[in-house]
Design a protein around this ligand. Sequence first.
Ligand SMILES: [Zn+2]
Length: 486
Amino acid sequence: MRPVLRPWAAVLALLTAACSGPGPATTLAPAPGTAPTTTTGTAAVPAGRVAGAAASGLGDPYFPTLGNGGYDVDHYLIDLRVDPERSHLDGTTTITATATGDHTAFSLDFAGPDVAAVTVDGAPVEWWRDGAELWVGAPLVAGEAFSVAVGYAGVPSAFAAGSPGFPTGWRSNDEGTYVVAEPDGARTWFPANDHPTDKATFTFRITVPDGTTAVANGAPAGTETAGGLTTSVWEMAYPMSTYLATVVVAPLVRVEHPAAGDVVLGDYLPPAMADEVPEAFTRTGEMIEAFSAWFGPYPFDRYGHVVVSGLPAALETQTLTVFGDEWFSTPYAEFVVAHELAHQWFGDAVTPATWQDIWLNEGFATYGELLWVEHLYGPEARQAEAARRYDDLAATDHALTGDPGVERLFGTSVYQRGALTLHALRADVGDEAFFAILRSWVERHAGGTAATSDFVALAEEVSGRDLGALFDAWLYAAPLPPLPSP
Ligand SMILES: [Zn+2]
């Protein structure tokens, strides 16, 4: 069966909920860090910081305690046994890192369950918890590599932070367990340097009971089955920010799609869905080809979706988007697919340097929806859709796109006004310069992070224009500028 694709005119106010979205809160827990609880691995260790310790935050303007100073993570090995019926995990995360300074102690972001042991380079060390920081009482020597392993077990709690509208992190329901962690939920399920700027490669080793399947970001790298348990290994060989890491454990069926060039395509679906693959997923290859022509080559070697229930959202988890099944009962599913796919370039390959720069994620992915309209129906349809969204936005109280604040981090401004900022830029500099800017953005920053000021500078460099007034008006001033015509 092929459901009718809604004509573009019906696709109004798409997806302020993509990558976030309203919905009933479940298993709410307070954001960590506000009420320190100190647990020590050894009785003699002081709570909180010690003299000479590395910084316990990176000073993000919206989440100043996220991330940690003193080291740069190279690789995470997340080795967990998961019991989805209890939402329980038990295992060890081993972080391989390089020290960036000389310190007496350092911290990891961790709001997960009970810690059993911490070792550095294989030797037990002192450790203590203070709110959402896990302190490690071992020295760092600038330039030297080290590994820190944390053993832990229990039932993680997702928490509501920022404004996604639902708890983020490790989530469970009757169908299984899954992770959607933007912006700061990664620390609910593994100890991390939990800020987008510290990208690393990942290995996931996930052991689950028979009848369920574990999937994660990247490429499958083998399975072993013994004693009613199956261990699946997944390798994310591209640098990835912590909030983009995911594991889903549920009954899942792999459905392959024809490759798009060299890009392997396939989805993981609930068994009841596998016999009738959602139409929206069958066009992913066509989307990759269309977006590659505009943005440059797809930045990874594979892509797909994993469908979960009970999630009123979708999240662009790198190479494997977590897709809430609620989208299939709306006319927007295909545009959600386009939105999350565009994020693979804008958000995943190139990641905002701070959470204040969130429009570099959401505005660009939302512009991807407009480009999909253009691909399907032509540039006039794209212009008409932009005008409809402009009218909706004009009637809505909305935050500053370039400084929305934590409370409206996922508000309509970063999505719709962010997309219209790109629409205005394209009208100003012309198609050739505009797409050259987007391609240069990815070429220059893929695998890393960049800030709004970097984008403005690049746009001026490529176009040869002074664009300060345009970006100031769209990103940093409350009045909505006039919508430019092409
Ligand atoms: Zn998004």
